[in-house]
Ligand binder design. Structure first.
Ligand SMILES: [Zn+2]
Length: 435
């Protein structure tokens, strides 16, 4: 079970407790619910002699999803985990859409907003809004967790593969061995070098196997310059043939493979500029930040025979990962970034204004995105629901629940549970390992 965060009456973070203990404290009235997501209770009294166990927050940042895991290093226990879904792609899509609408109005000689890019300059360290939002999401959650528990350290997956560990893979001749850390780093290196596709049929999104371009049986080496990635079908079809025989009928594919094999990958390919920005921002929290590579994360995860998921990847980031990871019944919290609404004052359809919006966001005490409990006493929609509300000035709200959308709920039936904080939440399923 994921643990429950506890703060004392002064909102000082305490050690997270087991759900059963939290339930008991709530029933006897020694605590109250402080926050629904992530579930936090607040004690009625202050605690003076604190014996805080520092926790390690581990982060596996991704383009769509970031895995978060809180670990008690000494016990090797995952205390809490989450998967944070970013809205980077949604931001990009809506900015593209806005640009297209403005451009089309200009070319149609309709009234329009003049372009303003000629007198604008990008500041140093500017990041595209989609990337900036991902970094801000992670920073928000690190700050939130720091208020709810005692953080002692942070681990971050910083690079895709560790060139230091491989010492110039093309020259030094790092051998490919499945199971060794070096093998995992090399695999990540090859994935980057061959753009995550089969070198022979260009298929992506399929399991790829490490393949010798000149087979070992014909004197080929284990060096990175003799390795590529192939899908299972191509790997089997090639078998022990030399690449020149295998690709006899496709000379252009052959020359492409041979040329690509010779190109050593620069160190720059291992790093992702936005992860460095995130690293710098995490350092500002004043906690020690450990970094790891993607190869190391995969190695740690396979060594502990854990399946792939974002939160387990996060738990496996870095050298500090405990030998035994205890995560019995940890339910990852699924967090989705929703933003804080639009600034658009004019509803647009096909480039034409169809409605105006009010500057006011709060209607009848509720704002779109608030988490509410709804009790409808009678009628067609009678029942009790929990969900995010869509607030309207007329007082007839929509409710977005896990089961779907319910329209036309009166504001009188709502009770606030948690105010909009830019995110929506769902409960993940615990991992069950059957062996
Ligand atoms: Zn293939």
């Amino acid at each position: 079970m994921s643990r429950v965060f506890v703060v004392d009456a002064n909102k000082q973070p305490l050690n997270p407790v087991h759900a059963g203990r939290a339930r008991k404290l709530l029933t006897v009235g020694q605590a109250a619910v402080y926050r629904r997501y992530p579930f936090t209770i607040i004690l009625r009294q202050t605690v003076s002699h604190l014996m805080l166990v520092p926790l390690r927050l581990k982060i596996d940042p991704g383009a769509r999803m970031t895995g978060l895991a809180l670990l008690d290093d000494a016990m090797g226990e995952v205390v809490w985990a989450a998967e944070l879904e970013h809205r980077g792609f949604a931001i990009k899509r809506s900015l593209d859409q806005r640009r297209a609408v403005r451009r089309s109005r200009r070319s149609r000689h309709t009234r329009y907003r003049a372009p303003r890019w000629a007198n604008r300059r990008r500041k140093a360290g500017w990041l595209p809004p989609s990337l900036a939002s991902r970094i801000a999401n992670v920073r928000t959650w690190v700050a939130r967790l720091a208020r709810l528990c005692s953080l002692g350290a942070i681990s971050l997956e910083l690079v895709k593969f560790n060139t230091q560990a491989m010492q110039q893979p093309e020259i030094a001749g790092v051998a490919y061995q499945q199971g060794e850390l070096m093998g995992y780093e090399l695999r990540e290196y090859l994935l980057e070098k061959w753009q995550r596709r089969c070198a022979y049929c260009q298929q992506s999104q399929v399991p790829l196997q490490v393949e010798h371009i000149v087979p070992r049986a014909k004197g080929g080496t284990d060096r990175a310059s003799n390795l590529t990635l192939a899908c299972e079908a191509c790997n089997n079809a090639k078998g022990k043939q030399d690449v020149r025989d295998f690709l006899n009928s496709k000379p252009e594919v052959l020359s492409g493979v041979l040329a690509q094999a010779k190109v050593p990958l620069r160190d720059a390919a291992a790093v992702n500029s936005s992860r460095w920005v995130l690293f710098a921002q995490l350092k500002a929290f004043g906690l020690p930040v450990e970094t790891g590579s993607g190869g190391l994360t995969k190695y740690n995860r396979s060594k502990r025979s854990l399946p792939k998921s974002h939160w387990l990847d996060a738990a496996c980031v870095g050298q500090s990962t405990p030998e035994q990871l205890a995560f019995k019944e940890v339910c990852p919290l699924l967090i989705k970034a929703n933003g804080h609404g639009k600034r658009q004052m004019c509803g647009v359809k096909n480039g034409f204004p169809i409605r105006y919006r009010k500057r006011q966001k709060v209607h009848h005490g509720y704002q779109t995105g608030d988490l509410v409990r709804v009790v409808v006493p009678a009628g067609k929609k009678a029942g009790t629901y929990l969900g995010r509300v869509l607030a309207r000035a007329i007082g007839s709200f929509d409710l977005i629940t896990q089961a779907g959308r319910i329209e036309g709920i009166s504001h009188r039936h709502c009770q606030p549970i948690q105010r909009n904080d830019g995110y929506s939440y769902a409960k993940g399923v615990p991992l069950v390992i059957t062996s």
